[in-house]
Write a protein that binds this ligand. Structure first.
Ligand code: AMP
Length: 280
């Protein structure tokens, strides 16, 4: 596996490969890797000639300085994991490499960011859009791999690709879960043992909402049931539960076509903010 810290060195390496029409796949991450990330890399490995993984904890997308400070950083371990799953290139730039000066461009995703993560994390998707656009320009991948776990991020990137004419196929990969249902996340490392035991309630809440909708209850009824479920759990602070269209991310009053209804949830467990979703 090749490791590059600078854009120049990375591009020197990639240029002949891109010229000889090799298919390049990019998996952007913030590190502290787990099986969810590795699943994206394995999928890229199957579909691309050259697999590039980036590790960059992007300060611009953090709206909470504590969250940024606490974000786990495990580069050595990440690098070993990536090598084992057949990554060709690891790009791990310093902040000054990506932002030699603060970016002045501000990206707005309209309605897409008026809800959920956009509403609760002001500026988050500006930061995500900026860094992903930079990575797309730097790496020039043919395919880019993102996890369904961050469903709204996928919708935002899809918009970014369309609005800026990036010649890139976005590949959405399923959420990888622990055996008790908890969606894998780098932030899970910040849970205490007791919190980790409780964290499965997030998945239980999604399952409850899913079951109620399938039984014929309305999105509002399902949301009320989940709100009631969390009211009994004193360690959780529910931030939102939404039933939305899986593409537009806008709240819906009734079920959508098959595969188009998404239930999205965000809650604090102690100091750790967890998000998850299910599409059905
Ligand atoms: P992050 O490092 O959290 O920015 O995530 C990098 C990529 O991995 C994003 O596309 C995430 O959606 C994806 N990802 C994170 N957790 C999971 C998971 N449990 N299953 C699948 N993809 C994931």
């Amino acid at each position: 596996m090749q490791r590059f810290k600078t854009i120049y060195a990375l591009q020197q390496y990639l240029a002949p490969l891109i010229q000889s029409a090799r298919t390049v796949g990019l998996v952007p991450t913030m590190g502290a890797l787990h099986e969810g990330h590795l699943d994206l890399v394995r999928r890229a490995r199957q579909e691309c000639d050259v697999v590039v993984v980036s590790i960059f904890v992007n300060p611009v997308q953090f709206n909470n300085p504590d969250d940024l400070a606490r974000y786990p950083r495990t580069l050595q371990q990440d690098s070993e994991m990536l090598e084992k799953v057949g990554t060709d290139v690891l790009f791990f730039p310093a902040i000054t490499e990506i932002y030699p000066e603060p970016a002045q461009l501000k990206l707005s995703f309209g309605e897409l960011e008026s809800v959920m993560e956009g509403a609760f994390r002001p500026g988050h998707f500006n930061g995500v859009g900026l860094v992903v656009a930079k990575l797309f320009h730097i790496v020039q991948p043919n395919l880019a791999y993102f996890g369904q776990k961050d469903l709204q991020q996928i919708a935002v990137i899809r918009r970014l690709i369309r609005d800026l004419n990036f010649p890139i196929n976005l590949i959405r990969c399923d959420t990888v879960r622990e055996t008790d249902g908890l969606a894998m996340s780098s932030r899970n490392r910040n849970l205490t043992d007791v919190e980790r035991g409780q964290a499965t309630s997030l998945y239980e809440a999604l399952t409850l909402a899913c079951d109620l909708l399938i039984e014929g209850q309305s999105p509002n009824q399902a949301k009320a049931a989940v709100t009631g479920f969390f009211a009994k759990l004193s360690t959780f602070r529910l931030e939102y539960i939404e039933v939305v269209n899986a593409d537009t991310l806008q709240p819906v009053a009734e079920l959508q076509a098959p595969g188009q209804t998404a239930i999205c949830i965000a809650a604090y467990l102690g100091k750790v903010r967890l998000i998850d979703n299910r599409i059905f």
